[in-house]
Design a protein around this ligand. Structure first.
Ligand code: 13P
Length: 293
């Protein structure tokens, strides 16, 4: 069923957990993410677009994600990730997306505020919530590039507070050393900066670039106001490794269905693992997840 509103986000913030935002590109990734949410019995966001629209087509991927969420017994939000385009945001809101991320992080401060305010205004008409970003994150959303975070581009706590007040946004993505994709060297987050942002900012915080983050760093962010965590590269890697392992046995019979099923099941397993990591205080979370396998 579709997960409307910010209650799950607020509940996560209040209990030291986080809502996972998993990026979906195609049928198998939507199915894998949905199956993981069903098995874990935890709310999850399917992040369908904006970058994945380039592969699947906007209409097709929107319909796929919304249909999966509406027909599932799990609580699934359908979220637009990293959109710079108000027209695209409007199309997704009209289609029934439960939340959108407007990404004005590349813009000067005042322009980021103006873009975000307009996205919030449009989202309110559709009962959807809005995530925005302040500070610039390193890395690429679709491919691991071994990028390195720049201190100068990190989110400033006071500016973050001003930004949230000026825009009325529901959640704020921050740059605190996090990087999109896997990196050669381990990522170390600026948890002091994150704590300062959390102290000044009244809305739940969002951490992008969580793939490959050591679990201690992850639990450090959950204790400092982060209530939504985005994961993409871990699911991509799981999908590709499963496909590579299955290809030799499926190639002779051109058995694409078995190949795609292996990718889908690997995404489910990887997503289940992440859900467990993001629910450290859930009684029996590990047991439930183990029995769901
Ligand atoms: P990763 O690239 O680390 O998986 O993070 C995904 C993300 O932040 C999507 O917005």
């Amino acid at each position: 069923m579709l997960l409307h509103g910010t209650d799950a986000l607020k509940e996560a913030a209040a209990t030291g957990r986080a809502l996972p935002g998993f990026v979906a590109y195609n049928l198998e990734t939507v199915q894998g993410i949905t199956a993981a949410a069903e098995a874990a019995g935890r709310p999850v966001l399917i992040q369908a677009g904006s970058s994945p629209f380039k592969h699947a087509g906007r209409e097709a991927l929107m319909r796929l994600a919304l249909d999966a969420a509406e027909h599932s017994g799990a609580h699934l939000g359908v979220h637009l990730d990293h959109s710079r385009d108000l027209d695209e945001i409007t199309v997704c809101l009209e289609a029934g997306y439960t939340s959108v991320m407007v990404d004005g992080s590349h813009l000067p401060f005042a322009e980021n505020i103006a873009l975000t305010k307009e996205a919030v205004r449009r989202a309110r008409d559709h009962g959807a919530w809005v995530e925005a970003e302040l500070g610039a994150m390193a890395g690429d959303e679709d491919v691991s590039t071994d990028a390195v975070a720049q201190t100068a581009a990190m989110t400033d706590p006071r500016q973050a507070a001003e930004f949230v007040t000026a825009t009325g946004v529901d959640a704020l993505a921050v740059a605190v050393g996090n990087v999109h994709g896997f990196t050669k060297n381990p990522v170390h987050l600026d948890l002091r900066r994150l704590a300062a942002i959390h102290e000044l900012v009244p809305v739940p915080l969002v951490l992008h670039g969580a793939s490959g983050l050591p679990v201690e760093e992850l639990h450090g962010v959950l204790a400092r106001g982060v209530a939504k965590v985005n994961v993409n590269a871990e699911l991509r890697r799981a999908y590709l490794e499963a496909v590579r392992g299955t290809l030799p046995s499926t190639l002779p019979g051109s058995d694409v269905v078995s190949l795609w099923a292996a990718g889908r099941d690997a995404v489910r397993e990887a997503a289940l693992e992440v859900i467990g990591r993001l629910s450290p205080h859930t009684e029996g979370a590990t047991r439930d997840l183990d029995s769901a396998r």
